[in-house]
Design a protein around this ligand. Structure first.
Ligand code: GCU
Length: 431
């Protein structure tokens, strides 16, 4: 009896801790303990209502008005005319993936003068007879973690010696956020005939609330970005400049891809840079594909308070009156139209609010249709049509990048980039 009591008392603090953690987790949507609602017909229509005829009109006036409003209210200006320059490719691995291709790197400079920013883009080129499509991934993790064991350049300019995803923190991050939260499964993109480019967003503008505004204000453009999302979106555009100039890449087949905050940036890039041929925006959430008027999940106000540097300073003025915000995110999707877009979601990722993202997609669909493209072809949140103009994807699980997401991304890219060159890819769409 005494031994049992002692056993219990010694472990009491641990038991209390487990109980408290379980209690917090059970009500914390961020940790994925709840399910997104699949009910979409019982909610308000996205507002403001889209004027489909005006937005698809060749005069471009409504498009320009909407872009201008997004710049005024949420993202600050697209850095029009900001210089982009790049040098030659450096060979990292001439026998990449057992000789299936090469791994190369290019330094890209954005801006002018002392405040110009240089980031490194690593690209895996498959061996191919002619130009190939490419997907540009913008990442949270440094390139050392995306391409472990390869001598690519680290954010501090030295050659990688280990990455951010090593040891226990890396293991824990992978358990929570999925195998591919950092790691790039390049062999699978090669199987689909795609080149794969990747860069670390923070090397362009650091993901830090204090330093990001200082760095952006000093970039030396005719117009400097005032939000990290806009700056990162411009990073996609700068990356596209460098790839477009390479004869191994088909300039008409440049796709962009990002997860979460980088999914937000990918959507913005596709709306402002019309060269982009397809967008994968995985779990982009608020200021991405989810409606600012939604009260579910993180909500725009909470996001903007935690990460003020992601948005332009004036966005703060709207946080107390989100029902009056002059633009909402179905209009961002309408600006992306008719460029094919993949909207990835997790059923337990309530934080990013899949439900309002689906409603935004439903509203924007008419713009695709008016442009002669299939819009959202599924009728419910559980369908998946990779060939649709808006390819909606909802899997079980939380905020992460897992193997079945990669299958879905590739199915989408395969359906929208040049079919003739791409081999058939097996697609698993298990639910
Ligand atoms: C936070 C943030 C989200 C964002 C996410 C991410 O969770 O609240 O808005 O999308 O980070 O970038 O992973």
């Amino acid at each position: 009896m005494l031994r049992a009591t002692l056993w219990f008392l010694v472990r009491l603090p641990l038991l209390v801790l487990i109980f408290v953690v379980a209690l917090v987790m059970s009500s914390c949507t961020m940790l994925g303990m709840n399910y997104a609602s699949l009910e979409v017909d019982n909610k308000a229509m996205p507002a403001p209502q889209l004027d489909v005829a005006a937005i698809t009109s060749p005069d471009g006036r409504e498009r320009n008005r909407l872009m201008h409003t997004f710049e005024e209210v949420l993202y600050g200006p697209w850095p029009y005319g900001m210089p982009v320059s790049f040098g030659d490719w450096t060979m990292i691995d001439p026998d990449y993936l057992d000789g299936r291709g090469t791994l190369e790197e290019v330094a890209i400079t954005v801006g002018a003068g002392e405040g110009a920013r240089t980031f490194h883009m690593v690209t895996a080129f498959p061996k191919a007879a002619g130009p190939v499509p490419v997907v540009i991934s913008q990442t949270f993790a440094d390139s050392c973690s995306v391409f472990p064991d390869e001598p690519v350049t680290a954010a501090d300019g030295t050659v990688c010696d280990g990455g951010m995803m090593e040891g226990f923190p890396g293991w824990a991050a992978t358990q929570i956020f999925g195998t591919y939260i950092a790691l790039a499964p390049v062999d699978r993109y090669f199987d689909a005939g795609l080149a794969y480019a990747s860069f670390y967003a923070s090397e362009l503008v650091p993901d830090r609330r204090k330093t990001a505004p200082e760095v952006m204000a000093d970039m030396g453009g005719p117009v400097d970005p005032t939000s990290a999302l806009m700056a990162w979106a411009y990073g996609f555009s700068a990356a596209a400049d460098a790839l477009e100039a390479d004869p191994r890449i088909d300039p008409k087949e440049i796709a962009v891809m990002g997860h979460s905050r980088h999914g937000k940036a990918a959507l913005i890039a596709a709306a402002w840079d019309r060269r982009i041929a397809a967008v994968v925006a995985h779990q982009s959430g608020f200021a991405g594909a989810s409606l600012s008027r939604s009260h579910t999940g993180e909500r725009l106000d909470r996001m903007a308070k935690t990460y003020p540097h992601w948005l332009a300073p004036q966005a703060q003025d709207w946080l107390g009156k989100l029902d009056e915000i002059p633009v909402d995110q179905h209009e961002l999707l309408a600006l992306v139209a008719p460029t094919p877009v993949f909207l990835g979601n997790g059923r337990r990722d309530v934080w990013s609010d899949p439900n309002s993202s689906f409603r935004a997609a439903e509203a924007a669909s008419a713009v695709y249709v008016a442009d002669g493209e299939p819009g959202l072809t599924v009728t419910g949140m559980k369908g998946f049509d990779p060939g649709a103009g808006i390819a909606w994807w909802l899997r079980p699980g939380g905020h992460s990048m897992v193997s079945e997401d990669i299958d879905a991304f590739i199915a989408f890219l395969h359906a929208h980039l040049n079919h003739d060159r791409l081999q058939q890819t097996a697609v698993t769409t298990s639910k």
